[in-house]
Design a protein around this ligand. Structure first.
Ligand code: NAD
Length: 260
């Protein structure tokens, strides 16, 4: 067990990548807080982890809501103790060319990905630094933290921004034993991706099969999707890593779509 007695908050953990990470952390012995928009969905995810023999709780948290974030961290601290692992994973996608993009959607995207990462990071380190225990923060970036694609201006901008936040936290957190890293997955077949296949097909005027083969997987080494399990294994590795040697980095998990 690589995460015994650790307390992990995973945002957006009721679905997709976050859900798989929550299960993987629980299997490694961590107590896991599922933080998501819908309390019912978070509770269902936590119940599934408990049924599998793990330890989990659910909190309702919109990561852009400062009060909700603070309340959620208070709840998990009261139930499990001060969290020492944060996976800032909650995210959405919005497909639009820049000329058609509304300011409202631009702001919404930046808020969920960047305000959410900031608010949850601050909530954790304020509680964790005084304990002197150290810990790990993992941001869910993307290949789009390094590469651009058309139709995804706010997503690409926000995912690049996470690299900056991560590097600052790596520098500030070092003396507290807090490490910060970004995981950068390629395309993973979660609800977030299933939704954008028809949207991209419409915007680009091509078939859905071509969106998969000629847009999403075109530059991978083997034409394969990355899986939630691939990302979860990376998230365990980064959370369990024992020293500040591995901090301020981005780890790209993308079947070679992007090579650093
Ligand atoms: P998903 O849609 O399956 O899950 C996202 C979860 O985030 C949902 O449970 C949703 O309710 C939650 N969420 C959305 N807005 C929230 C908010 N304001 N507060 C709290 N929770 C919120 O998506 P996924 O594919 O698992 O994506 C998870 C993360 O991984 C995102 O940050 C995404 O950008 C990133 N990512 C995904 C892929 C991919 O191909 N699927 C690739 C690279 C990066």
């Amino acid at each position: 067990m690589r995460m015994k007695d650790r307390v992990a908050v995973v945002t957006g953990a009721a679905s997709g990548i976050g859900l798989e990470i929550a299960h993987a952390y629980a299997r490694e012995g961590a107590k896991v807080c599922i933080a998501d928009l819908s309390l019912a969905a978070a509770q269902a995810a936590a119940a599934a982890i408990e049924r599998a023999g793990g330890s989990a709780m659910a909190v309702q948290m919109d990561v852009v809501d400062e009060q909700a974030v603070e309340r959620g961290f208070d709840q998990v601290t009261a139930a499990f103790g001060v969290p020492d692992v944060l996976v800032s994973n909650a995210g959405i996608q919005h497909i639009n060319p820049i000329e058609a993009l509304s300011l409202e959607n631009w702001r919404k995207m930046l808020a969920i990905h960047l305000d959410g990462a900031f608010l949850t990071t601050r909530a954790m380190v304020r509680r964790l630094y005084p304990t002197g225990r150290g810990g790990a923060v993992i941001y869910m970036g993307s290949v789009h933290s390094h590469e651009a694609s058309p139709l995804k201006a706010p997503y690409v901008t926000a995912k690049h921004g996470l690299l900056g936040l991560c590097k600052v936290l790596a520098k500030e957190g070092a003396k507290h034993g807090v490490r910060a890293n970004v995981i950068c997955p390629g395309f993973v077949r979660t609800p977030l991706v299933e939704k954008q296949i028809p949207e991209q097909a419409r915007e680009l005027g091509i078939s859905e099969a071509d969106v998969v083969a000629k847009v999403m997987l075109k530059d991978t080494v083997d034409g394969e999707f990355t899986t939630t399990a691939d990302v979860a294994e990376t998230a365990v590795f980064l959370a369990a890593f024992p020293s500040n040697a591995l901090t301020g980095q981005s780890v790209v998990v993308s079947h070679g779509w992007y090579m650093q």
